[in-house]
Design a protein around this ligand. Structure first.
Ligand SMILES: [Zn+2]
Length: 169
């Protein structure tokens, strides 16, 4: 396994649209392992999309299970994900490994229905809501070359500087 390099805004490559995965090869398995190791190396991080490490393939990983007050499906590997239904809307704050210094206020659907394949190529259909739905929508945006910066509710006050919690003495 290996930690992968994260592309950081304003890298133009973050605007690239990713291609569907067609082969469930050993190479894909390795990429997923490395993506997992990479996002888990950032404390508090809830997901990653393959294009963030310069692999323009439709793969996202999400795991919000360390945020116990939110319902969730555990560790999700979503290949070629497709939202088939959006419901409601909610406003919330988002950060991103590719935009390390800022957090922004973004409106997302409150719940979604999602079709995807898992890492074995098996079909999944999931109902996802709340914080997990926000995380999944954020990661899928990366596959279409979009960042949360493109979806800020307000250019003037939708963005704030990330303030690191000081480590206790
Ligand atoms: Zn992101």
């Amino acid at each position: 396994m290996a930690l992968l390099n994260i592309l950081v805004y304003p890298d133009e490559k973050l605007k690239q649209v990713s291609q569907p995965v067609e082969e469930f090869s050993e190479d894909l398995k390795k990429l997923i392992e490395n993506l997992e190791e990479t996002f888990r190396s950032f404390p508090g991080c809830v997901g990653i999309a393959a294009p963030q490490v310069g692999r323009f393939e439709r793969i996202v990983l999400v795991d919000i299970s360390h945020k116990p007050k939110h319902v969730n499906h555990g560790f999700l590997v979503l290949i070629n994900p497709e939202v088939t239904f959006y419901e409601g809307s909610s406003l919330g704050r988002e950060g991103c490994l590719s935009v390390p210094d800022f957090i922004g206020k973004v409106e997302r659907a409150k719940s979604i229905t999602l079709k995807a394949l898992n890492q074995k190529g098996e079909k999944l259909e999931l109902q996802i809501s709340g914080y997990e739905a926000r995380a999944v929508q954020h990661e899928i945006d990366h596959l279409d070359g979009k960042l949360f910066l493109d979806r800020l509710v307000s250019r003037r006050n939708g963005l704030s500087k990330r303030i690191e919690t000081p480590t206790s003495p």
